[in-house]
Design a protein around this ligand. Structure first.
Ligand SMILES: Nc1nc2c(c(=O)[nH]1)N[C@H]1C(S)=C(S)[C@@H](COP(=O)(O)O)O[C@H]1N2
Ligand SMILES: [Mo]
Length: 158
């Protein structure tokens, strides 16, 4: 009886682990004007794309940090996005319009790691849109601050 329970527990932990907290859970959905009804991404697929590193200060952290992720224009190109606006939604129901031109004018990244560690869900993760604010004076402005969507979960191309 006890052995059976232990076996069941071990099996449950082994099979539930990767699904609940792992790298193959869908964390981003892209919809709208793209080449398929919906594109989904997990950490593994995002890490498999060409990675960009960006060192910048932010309005919500002290000092500068090194962010790692995918260029927004590469991500959007990879799903055949065409449109002028990308509507970003977050796990906390935050929603904001991002001009597509930002991603061609600037090396904006979809970051999944900060200072080499994965972005945690109870902080700004799992995904955070990061602008190269230290490289361009015009980005150091409230108009851009609200486009730094953390807890990002969806992008709709319009
Ligand atoms: N997911 C999510 N991202 C967000 C927000 C939010 O409430 N939720 N606030 C935005 C706003 S209005 C600004 S100015 C910047 C910095 O927000 P803070 O200064 O309130 O921390 O993050 C932006 N990203
Ligand atoms: Mo804000």
């Amino acid at each position: 009886m006890r052995n059976k329970l232990a076996l069941w527990l071990a099996t449950a932990l082994l099979t539930a682990g990767p699904v609940a907290g792992g790298d193959t859970e869908t964390i981003l959905r892209i919809t709208g004007s793209i080449d398929q009804p919906a594109a989904t991404f997990d950490l593994e697929s995002l890490r498999a794309m060409p990675q960009t590193t960006l060192v910048t200060s932010t309005v919500v952290t002290d000092g500068t940090h090194r962010f790692t992720g995918v260029l927004m224009r590469d991500l959007l190109d990879s799903v055949g996005a065409s449109g002028d606006i990308v509507v970003a939604t977050a796990l906390n129901d935050y929603i904001v319009d991002l001009p597509m031109s930002d991603f061609h004018d600037y090396d904006v990244i979809l970051a999944h790691a900060m200072d080499g560690a994965p972005l945690e869900r109870d902080d700004k993760g799992p995904l955070w849109i990061v602008y190269p604010r230290d490289d361009h004076a015009e980005l150091q402005d409230i108009r851009y601050d609200y486009r730094w969507v953390w807890h990002l979960s969806g992008l709709e191309v319009r």
